[in-house]
Design a protein around this ligand. Sequence first.
Ligand code: NAD
Length: 318
Amino acid sequence: MGTYVVTGGASGIGAQVVRDLTGRGDRVLIWDIQSPGFDTPASHERVDLSAPGSVARAAAQMAEPVQGFVHCAGIAGATSVGHANLAEQMRVAYEVHVVAFVSAVQSLLPRLIAGGGAVVAIASAAMDVIYPGTLAYGASKAALRRVIEQLAVEIGARGIRVNGVAPGAVHTPMSASAWADEAYANERKRYIPLGRQSEPSAISGAVLYLLSEKAEYVTGEVLWVDGGVRHGCSTGRWNTSRARRADRSIEEHCSEQATTRTTILRSVSKRGSGRRVQNLHARRIRIDRAPGSSTRRCVPRLGRGHQSRQHLRRDLGR
Ligand SMILES: NC(=O)c1ccc[n+]([C@@H]2O[C@H](COP(=O)([O-])OP(=O)(O)OC[C@H]3O[C@@H](n4cnc5c(N)ncnc54)[C@H](O)[C@@H]3O)[C@@H](O)[C@H]2O)c1
């Protein structure tokens, strides 16, 4: 049983972290601008993390050793270079995501050292993925990652590990209104390889791992718990026509495998076969002769390296 401080513990991911910690008997103090909307044995202190000095004041009221600090508080909101109040949005995003985090670690440091504590901050896939309209949010989350790495180096020798978790799309009040729009939700899902939002429990599970002894040699790390969205975006799935082509080829590939693992190519004309070979080659399908038969057959190329066209020609005996 230990003592943990959780910012943003009144809602969403933070609330789940609070539930998981209190559920196993830990003492939890929530720092949040709003009160928790659920029954909890955790204590709550009203702290506005965007107000300079608020974190230091809250930390000064604590005396006992701390086993963990989890920074979940966050604010989204569309910002781009065209917004009139961009500078203020940037300031608030940096205050809540970055400055409050650094101030909390600084203020809690003696108690964290006394408690052999660990630190985890919730970053975001937006620290790497450039979603349009997330100028303040994405930039501040990218800065947060840099701060996680920096603090890990600075206080590692004191026995404090500092890590982050980068969620993709999580089912919380923060994302609720955007995801209530079906068209938006479907578009977002297209870029998530796992095809859905995560629940807060998936993020909390990663947080608890990073706080635990199981992660005793992990520091300065940001663990992605994003359903693969950074790969979904970086590999061109934002480009819808390409994404559709890729989906179609996978469907074809799977249905070919489901019906028969060997499709007989009845007639491959000398002239046409070259183009056919190229097409099949692009779809990672190997062509060879059925045993004891003069017909050529088409075999999905499972687990084999990509053969050159010359190799395919050799397989065909041409
Ligand atoms: N929901 C997602 O899809 C998603 C994706 C990636 C990252 N994240 C990050 O996860 C974290 C938690 O987000 P969530 O989805 O649970 O959102 P949420 O809105 O449910 O919870 C955020 C909490 O932060 C608190 N908070 C906001 N501003 C504050 C301030 N100035 N002072 C004190 N508390 C403040 C809120 O009161 C709230 O309790 C955030 O850092 C967010 O950026 C969320």
